[in-house]
Design a protein around this ligand. Sequence first.
Ligand code: AMP
Ligand code: MG
Length: 324
Amino acid sequence: MAEILAVGEAMERALALLAGGDVVAIPTETVYGLAGDATNGVGVARIFEAKGRPRFNPLIAHVADLAMAERIARFDPLSEKLARAFWPGPLTLVLPQRPGNGIHPLVTAGLDTIALRMPRGFGGELIARLGHPLAAPSANSSGKISATTAEAVAADLGSRIKLVVDGGATPVGLESTIVKVEAGTLRLLRPGGVAAEEIEAAVGMKLLRGAVAGIEAPGMLASHYAPGAAMRLNAEKVEAGEALLAFGGRRAEGWQAVVALKNLSVSGDLREAAANLFAYMQDLDRSGAKTIAVEPIPFDGLGEAINDRLSRAAAPRDIIPSET
Ligand code: AMP
Ligand code: MG
C-alpha cells in the first residue's frame, strides 16, 4: 500500500521516487495529480500504467516558474500575458514546443505542442527542487472521477503507487482551464478552475469556443501519429525493404533483410516499450522505408495503449478512428 505523508514531511521521499523514474501522487490547487518526471520516459509510462489508461493522450507538464516554461515552449506576447496574470494557478496554456527541450514524447503523445501549467504550493516546490518539469494527470484510475483528497487517491491507486503526499482537500476541486493561442486569438479547449470571463477580462478579448477537429482531443486523431510510411501491424513475416518495429526476443521471419530495425523492448517489458514507442516510430520513418512492419504486441497492461496508438498510426490518413 502507498505510504501517505503530509506535505511537511514528504519532500525528500517524493524527490527520491521521481529521480528514480517512479510516480508520486501530489496535491495541487486543482485536484490531486499523479506526477512523473516529464523528461523520463519510464516515469511517464508508469503514469499511464498506474491509471490503467487505455490510450496515450497528451498530458499537462507542470513547471516551477516562467523561466522553466520558456525553456520548454515558445511564448507569444498573449500567452506570456496570461501566464503572468494567472500563474501559479489553474490555467493551462497550449504552446509550441522548443526543439530539444528534453520533454519525453510520451508526455505530448508525439505532438509538437505542449500543455503547460504552474501549480501553487507543494507541486511548485517539488518541481523547483527536482529541476525537471512533472507530467501529472489527475490521480485516479481511468474512468473514475478526479480525487480531491489524499484518502480518495489512496483508496483508488494505493496498491499501484508508493507515495501519496497529503495536502488536505484541494482548494479548487476542478481541473485547470485549458487555453490555446491561435494566431492572436484565444481558444478555450477545456473549461476549468479559472472562469472564462476572468481570462477575457485579463486580456480584453473574447475566447473562441467550440470544437475544432484535432485540437480538443489531439489523442484521438490518427493523423497526428501517422508516419509517412505505411504501417503493417501484427507482422509475423517481413518483406525485404520494410523497416521493422520489433518487440521481445523472437524476431519475425525475414528480419535479416529489413532496412532498419528498432526493438521496443528486447526483454518484452511493456513499460520500456511505451517509453520508446514515439521515438522509434519516428526513427523508422526517417529510414525511408515505404512500410514499417510491427511485430505483435500483447494487450495486457500498457500493451492496450501501445496497440491503440499503433492502430491509429496504421489507419488510413483521412479517417479518424472513432472514440470508444
Ligand atoms: P489531464 O492531464 O488528464 O487533466 O488532461 C490533459 C488535457 O490537456 C487533455 O484534455 C488533453 O487533450 C489536453 N492537452 C494536452 N496537451 C495538449 C496539446 N498539446 N494540445 C491540445 N490539448 C492538449
Ligand atoms: Mg482526469
